[in-house]
Design a protein around this ligand. Structure first.
Ligand code: GRF
Length: 196
């Protein structure tokens, strides 16, 4: 299977937390949109805000418990296949997926990370940027491979780091940029203009 599909793509969002990127994707790709529709939200955490937001938006959602990676991936795969998902979007999903799982979704699984990849991979990217003393940071949407934030970058955008900035300041400056960038990157992938 390759993009473009010639029909609206069915998107799933995997998230562990608040879910503001899921909300922005759902707003960009609502029911009836000719490009895509967010049809499924999965979370490894029962108490994640993203599940509440999905319910409020009328999007089918499911808590898939992380007892171990194998059981999570088996249940997630079944939910994704049952929902006939074309593209998986990780958004604040705080687990590392196996090479096997991401291999099954090669070219059809994206993540957003709040740094200018390949800089500041993994946890606490804003802290890493401040510690390094760089004057810009930002966010990147990339294809997911078996590494931590290592896959091919589809799109990225930068913001300035100002004197006295804290991690919270950076997160607040980058987040609205994430919300604009992720739907743009999804459009690029679905158009066939960006492939892994
Ligand atoms: C975002 O900053 C995302 O880039 C990072 O985790 C945060 C998730 O925020 N991976 P939200 O759950 O989408 O609000």
């Amino acid at each position: 299977m390759s993009f473009p599909l010639g029909r609206p793509a069915r998107l799933a969002v995997l998230a562990s937390g608040r879910g503001s990127n899921m909300e922005s994707l759902a707003a960009a790709f609502p029911p009836g949109d000719p490009v895509a529709e967010v049809v499924l939200v999965l979370s490894d955490r029962a108490d994640a805000g993203v599940l509440e937001k999905a319910r409020a938006a009328g999007i089918s959602s499911e808590h898939v418990p992380w007892r171990d990676r194998g059981s999570f991936e088996a249940a997630a795969q079944e939910a994704l296949v049952t929902a006939r998902i074309d593209l998986v979007c990780l958004a604040g999903f705080m687990r590392l997926l196996s090479a096997d799982f991401v291999g099954r979704w090669e070219g059809r699984i994206l993540n957003i990370h709040p740094s200018l990849l390949p800089k500041h991979r993994g946890l606490n990217p804003h802290r890493q940027a401040l510690d390094e003393g760089v004057d810009r940071t930002g966010c990147s949407v990339h294809f997911v491979d078996a590494g931590m934030d290592t896959g091919l970058v589809v799109a990225q955008r930068s913001v300035p780091i100002l004197p006295g900035d804290t991690e919270e300041d950076l997160a607040a400056r980058v987040l609205p940029v994430e919300h604009a960038l992720y739907p743009e990157a999804v459009r690029l992938v679905l158009s066939g203009a960006a492939a892994s």
